[in-house]
Design a protein around this ligand. Structure first.
Ligand code: NAP
Length: 196
């Protein structure tokens, strides 16, 4: 087991143990612990508060998976998004105490240069619980907004059929469509539990 340090480590991480072919199973994941690194020049130390479990991670985990970025290799950290607090900073753009959302990876600590590729965004102090940064104010909400308004170009009073309506993106599209005045508004869900 990795030693704790001044930051209260170790860094608890989930990495790929095996590439999935279809459904994900426990054997595809491996837990490991590592020391928490000190932030160097231009870097920040982030403490994870919340982590996302995005469906697209399965595609990144598949061998040669085509999901926008390079597929992950055995031993790589699952690089999903999350919400973190800046604990220490040598970066001019981020101060301790700030909260950010971005590509943290499934781990409890991250030292980062806050590169464009990690797509970190500061949470605005709007007084709402930080978990909204993973949903409506995160990538899920952004995807729903771009898909519905950007691609869909809906007119209010358009009839709307939303597939995957019980999911993260779909449930937000349903709410956007309702607020936009779309009617009738029908969602497709996989069963009674999802429909509820
Ligand atoms: N979340 C993001 O930030 C994001 C960003 C870009 C793209 N996407 C893509 O958007 C899609 C939805 O993502 P999400 O985050 O909303 O996922 P999610 O929360 O897991 O929801 C997915 C929904 O799809 C439905 N579903 C699952 N298998 C299905 C099947 N075989 N046939 C029909 N419906 C099925 C499920 O419906 P029931 O619960 O009713 O069974 C579930 O509610 C995914 O393809 C994802 O890769 C997501």
């Amino acid at each position: 087991m990795a030693k704790s340090n001044d930051w209260g480590g170790p860094n608890r991480q989930w990495v790929i143990a095996e590439h999935p072919v279809t459904t994900l199973e426990a054997r595809h994941f491996e837990y490991r612990e590592a020391p928490v690194a000190e932030p160097g020049p231009g870097q920040v130390l982030l403490k994870t508060h919340l982590l996302n479990i995005a469906p697209v991670m399965r595609m990144y985990m598949m061998e040669g998976g085509a999901a926008g970025e390079a597929p992950l290799e055995i031993g790589d950290l699952i690089h999903d998004r999350g919400v973190a607090e800046v604990i220490a900073s040598n970066h001019a753009g981020f101060a301790p105490g700030q909260f950010v959302q971005g590509q943290l990876g499934w781990q409890t600590w991250k030292v980062s240069r806050m590169t464009d590729a990690e797509k970190f965004r500061r949470l605005k102090p709007h007084g709402l619980p930080i978990h909204h940064a993973l949903t409506v104010f995160g990538m899920t909400g952004f995807s729903a907004y771009c898909g519905f308004f950007g691609r869909g170009q809906p007119r209010s009073s358009d009839a709307m059929l939303v597939s995957g309506a019980a999911g993260g993106v779909g449930s937000l599209v349903v709410q956007m469509a309702g607020l936009h005045g779309c009617t009738p508004l029908v969602g497709i869900a996989g069963g009674r539990r999802s429909a509820a």
